[in-house]
Write a protein of this length. Structure first.
Length: 364
């Protein structure tokens, strides 16, 4: 059994020697604020937010008071999934296809809209001050470790989160990154640019190019607060994302997300980029705050695990979480490394990288 310090050193060495892919999940921004209502929410926090929302509860009361037997179908689903937002949205979207009472359909559509808006606004209202600092320190450490590599490597950052922490932190650090959109006045989605390299001409007369090591690619595989769709279904990005944020294009936490990911070209393109990058030779995937609850992402990780040159570094909170992850990925494999507790957080990994770099510098 490897000691904790040996594992931490091994992880940093993997980051130094391999092509780096990062996957952020909903737990990445968590930072244990005293006021829990200001935390970036996990699913349990979203349940609490939905239960405490006045408009949502008023809407549910309207359904309960209706004089139609079909309301019982909806009420049963509300009770069955009262502690599961994803299950609730999935079931309500499902039963809405079979309701024939026009008044009930209207209220049910309103309820679905209110729940989805609550999710968006609960995430957006989170206190970003400490998480933003954690993201900045993490990205800065990745940039530092990229500078001492003996090969050029674009850092690929994948996230299921809708928030703007990645963009804001990299902007603050002056890190050059590509997020899938091109243009200044009209920013439209074009995945081809992910394949481009960020270079500078070192000798203007001889066209000698040097690939910059501080370039990141950002893939928001479940959408973003800054994404919008026009009438023709074209995906574009807005700078003033807080204006009409309820109209943002994203994948809501319901079983319908698997269908949307498969049918909408930009989501399927981003997932294809995820799969292609983690399957490259000498690639690693470091997951931070990802709970392994998304089947479409897990299936791609399982495929990559079949390749000997791929390594998964999975951040989990406990041994119990580890067993859950192994179950989702089809059992134990030699190319899975686990990091636990504080060591699996943004702060813990950042400190681990700093210790490695500082130790190497002092040893010179």
């Amino acid at each position: 059994m490897k000691e904790v310090e040996d594992i931490k050193l091994e992880i940093t060495n993997y980051l130094l020697a391999n092509k780096v892919n990062i996957l952020f999940g909903a737990g990445a921004p968590k930072c244990n604020l005293k006021n829990k209502s200001e935390e970036f929410p996990l699913m349990t926090d979203l349940v609490k937010a939905v239960k405490e929302d006045f408009d949502i509860q008023t809407c549910i009361s309207e359904i309960e008071s209706m004089e139609t037997d079909q309301k019982d179908i909806v009420i049963n689903q509300l009770k069955f999934h009262e502690n599961d937002v994803e299950g609730l949205l999935s079931s309500l979207e499902g039963v809405s296809q079979f309701i024939t009472n026009c008044d009930l359909i209207s209220i049910l559509e309103k309820l679905l809209m209110l729940i989805k808006y609550k999710i968006i606004n609960r995430i957006h209202s989170s206190n970003k001050q400490i998480p933003l600092k954690n993201y900045e320190e993490f990205f800065n450490s990745l940039r530092d470790i990229n500078q001492v590599k003996n090969f050029n490597n674009v850092v690929n950052v994948f996230t299921t989160n809708y928030d703007m922490l990645c963009e804001e932190s990299m902007d603050n650090l002056g890190i050059h990154y590509y997020n899938g959109f091109v243009g200044n006045y009209k920013r439209t989605f074009n995945a081809n640019y992910y394949k481009y390299k960020y270079v500078e001409n070192m000798e203007l007369n001889k066209s000698k190019y040097y690939q910059k090591k501080d370039h990141f690619n950002l893939f928001k595989i479940h959408g973003s607060f800054s994404w919008r769709n026009n009438a023709d279904g074209e995906l574009y990005e807005v700078q003033d994302y807080e204006n009409n944020i309820e109209k943002c294009e994203l994948i809501q936490p319901s079983s319908n997300k698997f269908i949307r990911v498969a049918l909408l070209p930009y989501y399927s393109t981003l997932l294809r980029e995820f799969s292609n990058n983690i399957k490259q030779e000498k690639s690693i995937l470091l997951t931070i705050g990802y709970g392994y609850g998304d089947l479409h992402i897990n299936s791609l990780i399982k495929e990559a695990l079949m390749l000997d040159q791929f390594t998964l570094i999975a951040g989990v909170y406990s041994e119990e979480n580890k067993e859950y992850v192994l179950k989702q990925l089809g059992g134990k494999r030699n190319n899975i490394i686990f990091i636990f507790g504080k060591d699996s957080t943004l702060q813990g990994i950042t400190q681990n990288i700093k210790n490695k770099i500082d130790g190497d510098e002092n040893g010179k």
